[in-house]
Design a protein around this ligand. Structure first.
Ligand SMILES: *[C@@H]1O[C@H](CO)[C@@H](O)[C@H](O)[C@H]1NC(C)=O
Ligand SMILES: *[C@@H]1O[C@H](CO)[C@@H](O)[C@H](O)[C@H]1NC(C)=O
Ligand SMILES: *[C@@H]1O[C@H](CO)[C@@H](O)[C@H](O)[C@H]1NC(C)=O
Length: 342
């Protein structure tokens, strides 16, 4: 009897470790065109992972689940988007992976893109990791090749720290969080100020930012797709809530560093770094002396690669924050080459 009770309690404890409950579900039909404030047309059918989280709110994570187009290799890749992107931005990478035999999962995180825009939610990288694991569990996926860009790279790092046995390979593409901005002098701003900043987002403000940090001052018409995708959400039916969620995301990445834990990463890890990137959260509202020391990816890439026990760096000296968009051929050659040998 005592033993049984013990097993029951242990069972409950383990159950509580993951967000997935038996009431999680996947919705595949009757997905509205204006989905949680985004009308952007996705390249593959959008599904909804519905789950209970934080005071039993029932929220939805939109995702795409793409089957291999080449002979299946039995592996699943999960592609995590950055703050200014959504699942579809990974289209070309997903095409390369499915051709190589991977099943590919492309989630939109809570507060982003076509996922729920809750008015009250404690945004944390841990919560995002847990939500993503819950999605995988509901789909019956055990181990993944985890690939993250920008904020998605910071999240992929946190996910790998929390669930090392579920990540076979980790790929970080210009991840943020390679330094602790607040420790380097970025002042804290409250979320209402961030909210106002987010609400002031326009085509010009987003393009100006991306041109300077993502594309080394250059611009190509194809980049407009991703700016307009965001403008559509800021000006869409959930625009105010989206701006609020994004303000909480800024707070999240500023206050939840991962840089102190790179040495604890277990999976084989590839860092793909456009070395001309100068992304640094909070640099915009920091004094010039602080700005000057932030976001040097040419230095941060090698520095962090050396911290990761099984880490490898491939740098693109001439590229910025989004090498997969700026030079897709070079980026995918490096990525697919490493995955083959990993
Ligand atoms: C599962 O969720 C649905 C929708 O929110 C709810 O109606 C139902 O009561 C829940 N079932 C359980 C067992 O929690
Ligand atoms: C997100 O969209 C789904 C589908 O329309 C809807 O059921 C849900 O209520 C939306 N979530 C929020 C938080 O608005
Ligand atoms: C993660 O890996 C552990 C150990 O292999 C496994 O028990 C668990 O089911 C995995 N989680 C998911 C969500 O697949």
């Amino acid at each position: 009897m005592k033993g049984l009770q013990c097993i029951a309690i242990l069972g409950l404890g383990l159950f509580g470790l993951v967000s997935a409950t038996s009431n999680d579900s996947i919705k595949e039909r009757d997905i509205p065109f204006d989905l949680n404030g985004s009308k952007f047309v996705y390249p593959w059918p959008v599904k909804l992972y519905q789950f209970e989280t934080q005071r039993k709110q029932r929220l939805e994570m939109a995702f795409m689940d793409v089957a291999p187009t080449g002979p299946p290799n039995g592996k699943t890749a999960v592609l995590l988007h950055g703050k200014n992107f959504c699942g579809p931005t990974w289209k070309e990478t997903a095409d390369k992976l499915t051709a190589a035999g991977y099943r590919v999962i492309l989630p939109d995180q809570i507060g982003f893109c076509k996922s729920s825009k809750p008015k009250t939610y404690q945004f944390s990288l841990q919560q995002f990791a847990m939500n993503t694991l819950g999605l995988l569990k509901t789909l019956g996926i055990d181990k993944v090749t985890l690939i993250g860009h920008s904020m998605g790279g910071m999240l992929a790092t946190r996910f790998s720290l929390m669930y090392p046995s579920n990540v076979t390979e980790l790929v970080l593409t210009n991840p943020i969080g390679l330094e602790d901005w607040k420790a380097l002098g970025v002042p804290y701003i409250n979320t209402d100020i961030s909210w106002a900043n987010e609400q002031a987002s326009t085509y010009n403000s987003i393009r100006g930012y991306e041109q300077a940090t993502y594309y080394v001052g250059t611009w190509a018409p194809a980049y407009d797709t991703w700016v307009n995708m965001l403008v559509g959400i800021y000006s869409g039916s959930k625009g105010i809530d989206y701006a609020w969620n994004q303000a909480l995301v800024v707070d999240m990445v500023l206050t939840q560093p991962v840089v102190y834990e790179f040495h604890l990463l277990k999976p084989k890890t590839l860092l793909l770094i456009g070395a001309k990137d100068n992304t640094a959260i909070g640099a915009q509202w920091s004094p010039p002396a602080v700005q000057a020391i932030l976001g040097h990816y040419d230095v941060l890439g090698p520095q962090v690669a050396a911290m990761i026990p099984n880490g490898k760096l491939i740098a693109f000296p001439d590229l910025g924050h989004a090498p997969q968009i700026q030079a897709p051929d070079r980026y995918h050659e490096a990525l697919m080459g490493w995955l083959k040998t990993a």
